[in-house]
Write a protein that binds this ligand. Structure first.
Ligand code: ADP
Ligand code: SF4
Length: 692
């Protein structure tokens, strides 16, 4: 699929072996623990996904958090479990898949403390001091007494022994993300104890010291013991800070673990989207002190996708190992591509957190950039391999948005002769347009990765400025035609809340997101009616207010950009809009428009109020651009006469959705052309309990 070049010698440092306690990593590419929505329920999917990353060159591959005991379970979320020996066979699938490629397998053992409402086990949660659990469940965590602490240490030790038996090379003790008992003990705001485990920082760190020591004593001769620690919570003096207590913690434990895995907390800061942390290496300012206080290797993250940034981290003494979750999801073969001098083939993470949404929704992980993510086992998809073409037929792809580009790339990888026709002057469709919106520039990577490869392929022809209609497509007579003609935003206000047009729209200047992205600029006071609930409404509010306009955002939801909760962005978006001065009106709809008067209705009571505005921007729903498809499809005789054997509509033109789904369906269509069946594996999921 791609050629191998020599590795640039300036990246040699990334491929040096690193000793971590009793084990040695073959290079410095370290996949830190990351959730994936597969966990204990889908061990074969999990093992296949981790194994592919090992094949792609990562020197160490870790699990997600793995519960050590049923008093720490966060169902319905699906994390890992190592409650007892019956869980070991499932873990062996993962360690075997990883070690087959000479990578180390790491396991992140966790006890979730008051972060675990224990909805399934119904055991009372535990904490250093009494406190309600951190979800809204009507459940309190009770204070751990000395017997609980003894048991906790015993569970952790036993889990470490079980982890060794399962074949792990690296075993974690975890105090991060404000989600773990050990971190709860460390933090003064949660630990009000007056015994040896409370009060001074030394006392609050005592349990962590004991657990690391227990684990080292139990398995330290065979496995490396890693300590994951959140050095800053980004909440000032009320929490852990990298300038304050975190330095003392690292000082107190400096040489105890074999590896320091350091990051920031909570999860939304650690896995910040590009919209809020656009720069690679964004955690450096918090984590860089750690190396000065320990001689043990340090790993950290920062959405690293460029080898120069990685080398710089090491040379400047910030990190020893380049940690990655999302970059390894977007490109499981990132290390091999650097090793083989194929830097421009790296599929760079765009920082959108669609991957995180899978975990938050308790479904298998997916990725905008890497459509094979999560499909390694059930569809047997490989990110770098695809079945060769089944015939010498040529293919026409109409539309060069995310879906058309991905389909064209994979068809070309299969060896088909591909013609890609795009009506616009630019390639990339909505990825290009949206990348010009505030803080979304990384979305252009969806285009850039694909266009870069396509333009180098001899079996691909790309035509811009080439709108194709029914006659042109019939005249060309390509045997296979894929229509990736996208979608457009609706103008009538219909969507989730209204299934018929909002009355009076013709009496006011009204706009859609397409208008704004195409350069229209409403002036004065604009109401944005957001019934879409993903990022578009909030991003447009930002754009308009940054342009000096007055903006009111109205949504029927209780929160702004409500779906962004799953991408860990919702709170940040709402805070940003408030700080920018956008007026936010939740639980309301735009029910009527008359001249410059807009009537808003409360979604609970139906009570109305009227406000004066100049414009209305409707962010409600999208319409598939499927007219061309229906014209062609409605006349099978014409298709046959033209020699068109298959006609497919893909991506947003088939069914508008996320960028991730447009790419996914482009990929699927390419695999299925004269090949796989669309519904293969869809319902052939794993059956929990088959592994024992
Ligand atoms: P998706 O997300 O499904 O890829 P996009 O809306 O991002 O959809 O991209 C669709 C692309 O198809 C746009 O760049 C658009 O200009 C192009 N397009 C739409 N209709 C035609 C057509 N008839 N001929 C050529 N290109 C088209
Ligand atoms: Fe990166 Fe988005 Fe893929 Fe997650 S889903 S790895 S953030 S591109």
């Amino acid at each position: 699929m791609s050629s191998s070049n020599a590795r640039n010698s300036r990246y040699n440092i990334l491929f040096e072996p690193i000793k971590i306690g009793p084990v040695t990593m073959k290079n410095r590419f370290y996949q830190v623990p990351h959730c994936n929505g597969m966990g204990y329920a889908r061990p074969q999917s999990l093992a296949a996904m981790r194994g592919i990353k090992a094949e792609g060159g990562w020197g160490a591959i870790c699990t997600e958090e793995v519960e050590i005991h049923p008093s720490s379970e966060i169902s319905p979320s699906i994390e890992g479990r190592l409650w007892d020996k019956s869980d070991i066979p499932a873990h062996r699938l993962m360690t075997a898949a990883v070690q087959e490629h000479d990578a180390l397998a790491g396991i992140e053992l966790v006890h979730n403390g008051f972060h675990a409402p224990n909805r399934t086990s119904r055991l009372p949660p535990m904490a250093p001091s009494p406190i309600p659990v951190d979800s809204y469940d009507p459940v309190h965590a009770r204070a751990m007494d000395l017997t609980d602490i003894k048991n906790f240490r015993k569970w952790h030790r036993q889990a470490a022994l079980n982890a060794r038996e399962a074949g792990y090379d690296i075993v974690y003790v975890y105090a991060g993300h404000c989600m773990t008992t050990l971190m709860h003990f460390m933090l003064e705001r949660f630990n009000h104890r007056s015994d040896n485990y409370g009060g001074s920082l030394k006392n609050r760190v005592r349990l962590t010291r004991e657990v690391i020591s227990d684990v080292k004593e139990a398995i330290g001769d065979d496995c490396a013991v890693a300590f994951r620690f959140a050095v800053d919570e980004l909440m000032g003096k009320d929490g852990m800070t990298s300038e304050g207590e975190a330095q003392e913690v690292v000082g107190l434990l400096a040489e105890l673990p074999d590896l320091w895995d350091v990051n920031i907390s909570g999860w939304s800061h650690d896995s910040s989207t590009a919209r809020f942390e656009p720069i690679e290496g964004y955690q450096e300012k918090y984590t860089s002190f750690v190396k000065s206080l320990t001689s043990k290797p340090v790993v950290g993250v920062g959405r690293f996708t460029s080898p120069d940034a990685m080398v710089s981290q090491i040379k400047r003494g910030v990190l020893d190992l380049i940690g990655a979750a999302r970059p390894s999801i977007a490109d499981p073969f990132l290390p091999n591509k650097i090793a083989q001098g194929r830097i421009d083939e790296i599929r760079e993470c765009i920082g959108c957190n669609i991957c995180v949404s899978g975990d938050n929704l308790s479904v298998p992980i997916r990725c905008t950039q890497n459509p094979t993510m999560g499909e390694e086992w059930r569809r047997k998809w490989h990110p770098e391999k695809i079945a060769p073409k089944a015939s010498d037929s040529s293919v026409l792809v109409v539309g060069a948005g995310p879906s058309g580009l991905e389909a064209a790339l994979q068809l070309a990888n299969r060896g088909y002769q591909v013609t890609l026709a795009e009506s616009g002057k630019e390639l990339g469709g909505r990825a290009t347009k949206e990348s010009h919106l505030p803080s979304l520039s990384s979305y252009a990577r969806v285009r850039d990765y694909r266009v870069n490869l396509l333009t180098q392929m001899a079996n691909v022809e790309i035509y811009k400025d080439s709108p194709l209609d029914e006659d042109a497509i019939l005249e060309f007579g390509f045997p296979h035609v894929l229509l990736a003609t996208g979608s457009h935003w609706r103008r009538d206000g219909t969507g989730r809340y209204y299934q018929k047009a909002i009355p009076g729209l013709s009496t006011i200047p009204s706009f859609t997101p397409d208008d704004i992205m195409n350069g229209k600029n409403p002036t004065g006071h604009t109401i944005i009616f957001d019934d879409d609930h993903y990022y578009m409404g909030g991003v447009l509010a930002e754009k308009l207010i940054n342009g000096g306009q007055k903006v009111t955002l109205v949504t029927p939801a209780a929160k702004i950009s409500a779906w962004c909760e799953y991408t860990l962005e919702q709170e940040k978006i709402q805070a940003k809009l408030i700080n920018l001065g956008v007026e936010l009106i939740t639980n309301h709809t735009v029910s009527n428009v008359a001249a410059n008067q807009i009537e808003l209705s409360c979604t609970y009571t139906g009570h109305t109020k009227t406000i004066q505005v100049d414009n209305l921007l409707l962010v409600t729903a999208r319409h598939a651009n499927d007219t061309l498809y229906h014209q062609l499809q409605s006349n099978p005789d014409k298709l046959e006469q033209a020699g068109i054997k298959t006609l497919e509509v893909i991506g947003d033109a088939y069914s508008p959705g996320s960028l991730a789904s447009a790419v996914y369906y482009g990929h699927l269509a390419a695999r299925c052309l004269e090949g796989e069946s669309w519904d293969t594996a869809l319902f052939d999921g794993e059956r929990p309990g088959l592994i024992s």
